[in-house]
Design a binder for this molecule. Sequence first.
Ligand code: ATP
Length: 356
Amino acid sequence: MIRLDGISKSYGDVTALHSIDLTIKDGEFIAILGPSGCGKTTLLKLLAGFMKPTSGTITINDTVVASAEAVLPPEKRNIGMVFQSFALWPHMTVYEHVQFPLMHHSFAPKADKEQREERVKNVLRMVGLESLAQRYPHELSGGQKQRVSLARAIAPEPGLLLMDEPLSALDAELRMEMRKEIQHIHRHTNASIVYVTHDQSEAFAMADRIVVMNHGKIEQIDRPEMIFTRPETEFVATFVGKCNLIQGKWEEKMFIPKPFPNEKWPDIGVSINLKKKGLYPVRPDQWALSKAKEGSSHGVVKFVQYQGKEMYYIVQVGEEEWTVHELIQHTSRFQVGDPVNLVLQNTVIKKEAVLV
Ligand code: ATP
């Protein structure tokens, strides 16, 4: 178990992390999600032991490994690392890359030559590189290189695997394939994984819990479905899945939207924080559009884009612009300038809310 208590990190005048508290359970897959500059890499570097925090402590299994006074360096920690840039050695074959940490990593299980060879073969099989064992990095594709860097990281059976945007250098198809690979590896090792990304779909697809960060602070730590259906803050609501935040007032358990004072919307599990601010989050696909008469409509279509499976609309409602996604089979198409009504569809969110 890894625990961060009140971790802050400043680089001169810049405070990259503000008092972070986080617990990572054994075998857990944590994704750190947030915009550029929010402190994701800084958090990963502190977990790896590359630098000291400005304040706070990091504890692994009840031993303090980092504080403002001292830090246990990376080579003395049982961790594996995978970077966006692969970081392979040009003079080593695939086989040698995977064997290297088994011979030099102080935490690698003690093994004789035969056991070591067996482990290298097993790991190469796990990442589908058996037949390429004698190749050098320049003879590999991007996806194959990233597999080598994954294999090297997991070979010594680390307790913690740190990954910094490991798929961002790959094309879309390979990224999907490597996601499966990483999930497979997670299932077949006991390692906890901390996975830094700014790709939301990656975090949603793989993580047990997602940590959403903004400006060096944690906005929410939760299971992916909770982050999506129960955003705690305005930032999470708008950053993850692009919610429309509708203003209005809460009366008992019903929400009266300011633009439509005759309507009452049910509480589908809106966070206390959003309630206090008189906000109601609506996902773009929770709206359905219907035809309306000019002069008595909720709003007017301002922008239309065909996106294959769905239509993407921006609807002007008073001073505001709301985003609407409708599946093609459910919709008659609207044009820019059409007066429309917006009908709230709650079914999806309600189902989630019952789970909690
Ligand atoms: P990205 O997604 O762009 O990689 P990030 O979320 O990983 O960003 P960090 O690299 O952790 O963000 O940086 C957090 C903040 O700290 C940023 O404002 C950055 O400019 C600053 N920062 C990072 N490293 C240093 C450094 N060595 N010296 C000064 N400021 C730094």
